[in-house]
Design a protein around this ligand. Structure first.
Ligand code: ADA
Length: 555
């Protein structure tokens, strides 16, 4: 399943999930692996870094143009169609697509060469406190498209004096060598919008837009996540030839006077940081396991998720839309020092990730904030230049959402004047044995004098590690008791402080980390053990602590 709703009624689409032929590196041994999936789930590749080749045939049932969409390949893909290279893509966490024109009816071969190795070619997937798996880890779709098709749609809701309106931008791409006249028709609830006849030049993309008010609309919110289908159809010579269905919500997000407002009401995040990692799935989390995560997150009375540290699977974002879970989605970067940020590939790989994240996730009402560069070199002038560029890139694509970045440069960060929201990762009681309230006061005082004055403040990480099942009456570190104690102490301070607009606990579940990069030394089991459930979603003692405090505090 690609999304949790049908995205087309007219455009023919089929999903290429299933068993693909597979070979690893230059070995001749032939396998069959499931797509989506990680090759680490096979006993021969449990912690393999290398180059895997996935191959399958597809039957094209009518001659014409096809569009292949890969929702995620970890971490680099080179795609071939009948032996001809048609696409290259870096980053496991963002979708990419490619068009093949004038394909003849019949059987054709798709080959995907997948690389999950580390090195200078990969500035974002590096040895880290999470695992970079290998494989075609998210769904793949094959679509039949006409010479002019709907490439993308952006829905931007607005509310003025209590009246809802929206701007609907429709990007049409003409892949032919001749001009084409088209018409666009969009329907949202009882509202219909129709364009004039539009002439699209050969080999070009054209954007048309509708803007209108919408009466008696039920807005999207955490408590009432009302959604609407936006059905857009493209006509050529009066005949419907393509369509794209988006699911949208009417909501606004604003920032002002130290608060964050959803539909004009101040909000408070009771959230979790969640890696896409599950014991038996790797990062190719099945829908069933996504739903289980969501059920547990809501059972703990949380209302928000931070997609640490990369864009998430669209099906999980669909679940957040449906359940009213607010999302901080961020580009792919974790803990990169200046040397890492000076990798010659870094800035382009970040820019690509931000562009693809916003292009593909813009219409999710649950996404209420864009984040960048978790704990990167925000204390340096060179780092500041890069932070500034990335915030500007986000604003060039989306003015409807605030920006932030989770920093750990507690008294040296020189970028706090750049984002709309200031976010700090705090580990009082775990990494820093200090009085939480005093440390909190110091940090907020410093934020206010260092560029963050009058901005909302979020504690983007707090937590402690515990090995599932390790109980110790001494409440020593790594015991479940101590994890629960530390989280209780932290939440009791941060959630009672009106200067703080939200907390994200680090982290929802234990996750695998790389053995490379010395992480094994501080990560027992080669896992980050700060989950409040383990990688099999077995709850630790902290689960009930959070459930209680998220229910009774900041209501
Ligand atoms: C950092 C980082 C997280 C994780 C955490 C930890 O704040 O942002 O990805 O590494 O520390 O567990 O120490």
């Amino acid at each position: 399943m690609i999304r949790l709703f049908d995205t087309h009624h007219i455009r023919q689409m089929r999903e290429l999930d299933g068993m693909w032929d597979f070979k690893m590196d230059n070995a001749e041994k032939a396998y069959q692996l499931p797509v989506p999936g990680c090759w680490e789930q096979h006993p021969d590749f449990l912690n393999h870094r290398g180059h895997g080749t996935y191959t399958r045939t597809v039957y094209i049932n009518k001659s014409g143009n096809i569009r292949l969409e890969f929702k995620g390949v970890s971490h680099t893909a080179d795609v071939y169609f009948d032996g001809n290279k048609i696409a290259h893509h870096y980053n496991a966490f963002t979708p990419f697509s490619v068009i093949v024109k004038d394909v003849t009816q019949g059987e054709h071969e798709i080959r995907v060469e997948v690389d999950n190795t580390f090195g200078e070619h990969s500035s974002l997937h590096i040895p880290n406190d999470y695992y970079t798996y290998g494989g075609i880890t998210r769904p793949v779709a094959l679509e039949y498209i006409p010479d002019a098709y709907i490439k993308n749609i952006r829905f931007t809701p607005m509310r003025t004096n209590g009246v809802w309106s929206a701007k609907i931008e429709v990007d049409i791409q003409n892949i032919s060598d001749k001009k084409i006249n088209i018409e666009i028709f969009s329907q949202l609830s009882k509202y219909e919008m129709k364009s004039d006849i539009l002439e699209i030049d050969a080999q070009s993309t054209f954007t048309t837009a509708f803007e209108r008010t919408f009466e008696d609309i039920r807005p999207w919110s955490n408590s009432e996540p009302n959604l609407y289908m936006l059905n857009t159809i493209l006509y050529i010579d009066g005949k419907p030839v393509d369509d794209l269905i988006e699911r949208i919500g009417f909501r606004t997000i604003d920032v002002g006077n130290t608060k964050i407002y959803l539909n004009g009401e101040p909000i408070y995040f009771k959230g979790f940081n969640r890696h896409e990692d599950y014991a038996v799935d790797g990062c190719a989390i099945t829908l069933q396991h996504m739903v289980q995560d969501m059920d547990l997150i809501q059972d703990m009375n949380a209302n928000a998720i931070r997609t640490c540290h990369y864009p998430n699977d669209e099906r999980f974002l669909d679940l957040c839309d449906e359940r009213g879970i607010m999302v901080w989605e961020e580009n792919h970067a974790r803990g990169l020092v200046l040397h890492d940020m000076q990798n010659p590939n870094f800035e382009q790989q970040c820019a690509d990730c931000i562009r693809e994240m916003i292009e593909n996730h813009y219409n999710h009402p649950s996404i209420v904030i864009w984040g960048i560069l978790n704990e990167c070199a925000a204390e340096t002038e060179e780092g500041r230049r890069i932070y500034k560029n990335q915030y500007e890139q986000i604003k060039s694509m989306d003015l409807s959402r605030p920006t932030t970045s989770a920093t750990c440069r507690h008294f040296t960060d020189i970028c706090l004047d750049l984002p709309d929201v200031v976010s700090f990762n705090m580990y009082s009681g775990w990494y820093q044995d200090c009085p939480i309230d005093e440390r909190n006061d110091e940090q907020i005082a410093w934020i206010k004098q260092s560029g963050g004055n009058n901005k909302p403040i979020i504690v983007s990480e707090l937590g402690a590690a515990a090995i599932y099942g390790y109980r110790d009456r001494s409440h020593c570190k790594w015991s479940e008791e101590r994890q629960a104690d530390i989280i209780r102490d932290n939440l009791s301070v941060y959630m009672r402080d009106d200067r703080i607009m939200g907390v994200f606990i680090w982290q929802f579940s234990d996750c695998r980390v790389t053995e490379e990069g010395e992480w094994f030394a501080t990560r027992a089991r080669c896992h980050n053990n700060k989950g409040v459930v383990d990688e099999y979603r077995r709850p630790k003692m902290a689960y009930d602590t959070i459930k209680e405090l998220f229910e009774i505090l900041r209501v």
